[in-house]
Design a protein. Sequence first.
Length: 569
Amino acid sequence: MNLTMIKKFFTGQAVYSNYLILSIFIFSLLVAGCQSGNKPARQAKSAPLVAPPANDDFFQEISREIGLDFVHWIGGDELINIVMSDGGGAAFLDFDQDGYMDIYVCTGTWIENFSKSKKPDVLPVNRLYRNLGNGTFEDVTRKAGVGGPWYTMGVSVADYNNDGYPDLYLSNYGPNVLLKNNGNGKFTDVTKRAGVAGGNECSIGATWLDFDNDGYLDVYVGNFLEFDPEYKYYYAPDGFPGPMAYDAQKDVLYRNNGDGTFEDVTDKMGIVDLDGRAMGVGSADIDDDGWVDIYVANDHTMNYLWHNEGGKGFTDWGIRSGTAFSQGGEAAVSMSVDYADFNDDGLLDMFVSDDTYCALYENLGNGLFADRGVPSGISMASAQFVGWSSSFLDYDNDSYVDIFKVNGELKHLYGHEDQVFRNEGNGKFRDVSLELGEYFEQELVGRGAAMGDYDNDGDIDIFIVNLNDHCAFLRNNKGNQNNWITLKLTGTTSNRDAVGARIRVTAGGKTQTAVRKSTTGYLSQNDPRVHFGLAKSEIIDRIEIRWPSGKIQVLENISPNQILDVKEP
């Protein structure tokens, strides 16, 4: 502003108002000058990140402090359809094999005739965060070539070609994507050659398993529904049509041919999916016969338990096993599934989250399950929340597996508090969420979640994807006050990831049973290493591993509090 302009301000009838404008202008210049000269602030922003010290919370939310700045996007300004509501997932993986767990996380994108808002100048992309080993992360998405943009909901991780590096399979609205890890920090899109893109399905998640025990991981893809963005008939307060307004989409099972390609064997293996709207998919050998089975948590329709008939086909055991319907005998709004032996009887149990009471299926043997949701204390505590991703974990290393559950409204951006159910060791679980930290007082619209020991300190940390919002990262500050053991398994005759291996750990007079799993919870995948809490046990008497090949390996007198590398003999 020159002298002539200043004089004009003080002439005419509006001296006072112009004087006020001038004062504001000068003040703004002063503020701008102060800000532009604020060199310490710029230096602080570019300074190396440092993980904050532990506070008194059991779980401490530290996402942005350690470089996890991810924000999920639904693909528009408003939540206007059921695909947007599905959200995104995440996975722990060691993509560069440096011994520290990295994080891959999924988001939506803008799609013509799907997103009703204006296309943004810069499209959000999926993100890969590299663990620096000092408690912080760096974003290596662009360098690795894994961003997209795709409308990605689920991520599953597997070394599908047994080369020692984990690859990424992305479940998308639209064609799916297989990203091969080159072993040099970069990935290559090999979807077309592999033949696993599918069509234009809405793929909600996938699970890797070696269903025929040939040493190569196959993949089961759960598909949701035939979404029509132009369909408008619905109950107005719901915001948009629900899942039953659309036809179901058929799931797909791809067999790994061992040469980088896959074959669609869905029909050949007897998988008949006429009306399932898959939300959560998981695989484990539920009857301990040496063949991995598949569970599909469907939305509003009965769930499937595909029993593996010796690698030659699958039979739906959902109804006969007691796991197809809710405890009320109805098809629930099922979201996710996970497996663990919560009562230490040597049999794999299941937890299935849904929009009300959830289901804790106790394995009775002989392919039968009983829902213990109500007597365990979980159902009543869950009833007021909509549960999404859920996983078993021993968060306090007391040798009893607990449950972490992510919650969030179905059709609106209304938040719910997340929950932790502590296993009391007598068949009962107790909601201890509010005892574990300030985070559990927050109301967020949770969707996917991944569990893993990101700092290799022996306790399980949690990464959470919130719908259309910032992620959350819960560092476990106190779990390693008890003893623990973590097993990193490498198959030789079996698939290299050792998916399907069954582990029994005996210490302190009790035996725990677990399996090496693929996808866990909703849209997500946990730390590939198998973790056991050991309470105060100072020696592990015996570790027995039954590899997918059938080989049995026994380790004895093992010291706790270590990450133990075990290779199939």
